[in-house]
Unconditional design. Structure first.
Length: 390
């Protein structure tokens, strides 16, 4: 998908970041970071796997399950000699552990006494992983490098931005599929199915990937909680629902949320929607290189405070390449106290929804920071959608 030169640039930037973190060896467990640096793309992250970057070597190592090694050969730019696998009796064993194999490999290569970075806060790096590495590398100083590659990833290349533009087209198609399907008498799972079909179908010119998060489409009082999924209940007149989904192309995500009312939009939902939309426009108007993530949050907070509203959770985060269970990059958040400066080629999900005791309204946008401001990835209508009841 990406050129050899792009992967070499990513590796060089990662090594520069390793110098800043003070690590000579970097063991990556996050599948997003593994794919970012090598191109490896497979649903194999349910077993332990790693990519290891050495500060003084050009290529990394891929280490994983034997049956997945061929997949690494097919999807990465690396030499086959740097693709190493452990026997299958390491898989879900109570005696052996893949990190034992990885530690032994590092010792064999004379790397057992290096300052070694590990992703201690990654979903796929477990307490047992850390314990076995600590035992297996007694002379190595293990250091937390959880966000090291994540921070390299916040700056997108033109090729990555192109992927996200394709993902944006996909999410628009998926949201339209939801609008076309939802209605009185329709089951919630039918809407989820229509969304999922559109996400994977993509467009007539390119296909879509599975997304890191399933469609989140709570209905009625359940919209007060944004991360609930679907049931097999049938919609009835008067129901409202929030739809938060993403398009995904070559693992790059563009999320979007919208709100739908089946039948007439209640006044309280319409009012909250207007406050959100006005706040989004006011916030996006000040977003440009040089301002901080905290300033983005402050602008939004002031905009809704004029109407008597407040939001205590963050209103956005960086996005890009990702694997389950999340499409965020785990770096920059639009919230009080995050003084990261926005720079060109950063990408974000601006998600200023409002949730109350009995309902919620979600309207969000994904954006690219440009030299002079921002670019919205989608142009999908932000207004609350009123689905007629026949």
């Amino acid at each position: 998908m990406f050129s050899r030169q792009e992967y070499e640039t990513r590796m060089n930037r990662t090594k520069q970041k390793m110098l800043e973190y003070g690590v000579e060896v970097l063991i990556l467990s996050n599948p997003s970071n593994i794919c970012y640096l090598t191109g490896y793309d497979a649903w194999s992250f349910y077993v332990h796997q790693a990519v290891i970057v050495f500060i003084d070597e050009k290529e990394p190592l891929w280490i994983g399950r034997g049956m997945d090694a061929r997949g690494a050969e097919l999807t990465t730019w690396m030499s086959t000699s740097n693709i190493i696998y452990y026997p299958d009796d390491y898989v879900q064993s109570t005696i052996k552990h893949p990190m034992d194999f990885i530690a032994a490999e590092l010792l064999c290569r004379g790397k057992g006494d290096r300052k070694t970075g590990v992703e201690m806060d990654a979903f796929y790096y477990t307490a047992m992983c850390h314990e076995r590495l600590t035992v297996g590398l007694p002379d190595s100083e293990l250091k937390d490098a959880s966000g090291l590659v994540n921070w390299v990833r916040v700056y997108k290349s033109e090729a990555e931005i192109d992927c996200m533009r394709n993902a944006a087209e996909i999410v628009g198609n998926a949201m339209q599929a939801a609008y076309d399907t939802v209605g009185a008498g329709v089951r919630e799972n039918e809407v989820a199915a229509a969304i999922t079909h559109a996400q994977i179908y993509g467009s007539d010119t390119f296909g879509g990937d599975y997304t890191s998060i399933v469609p989140m489409i709570p209905t009625g009082k359940y919209t007060a909680s944004p991360h609930l999924n679907w049931s097999d209940k049938r919609y009835t007149e008067g129901d409202s629902l929030t739809i938060e989904i993403a398009g995904c192309y070559h693992r790059y995500h563009v999320p979007m949320a919208r709100t739908v009312s089946i039948g007439r939009i209640p006044d309280y939902i319409r009012e909250a929607g207007k406050v959100i939309i006005d706040g989004i426009h006011e916030t996006m108007a000040i977003m440009k290189p040089g301002i901080t993530a905290a300033e983005v949050n402050s602008t939004w907070s002031r905009a809704i405070a004029r109407h008597g509203y407040e939001k205590n959770s963050r209103i956005g985060y960086s996005i890009g390449m990702s694997y389950p269970p999340d499409w965020g990059e785990h770096t920059i958040s639009f919230r009080e106290g995050d003084h990261t400066i926005l720079e060109p080629d950063m990408t974000f999900h601006l998600m200023p929804g409002l949730w109350f005791d009995g309902f919620g309204v979600a309207i969000t946008e994904s954006i690219l920071v440009t030299e002079n401001g921002i670019e919205q990835f989608t142009s999908f209508n932000q207004e609350i959608h009123e689905k007629p009841v026949h």
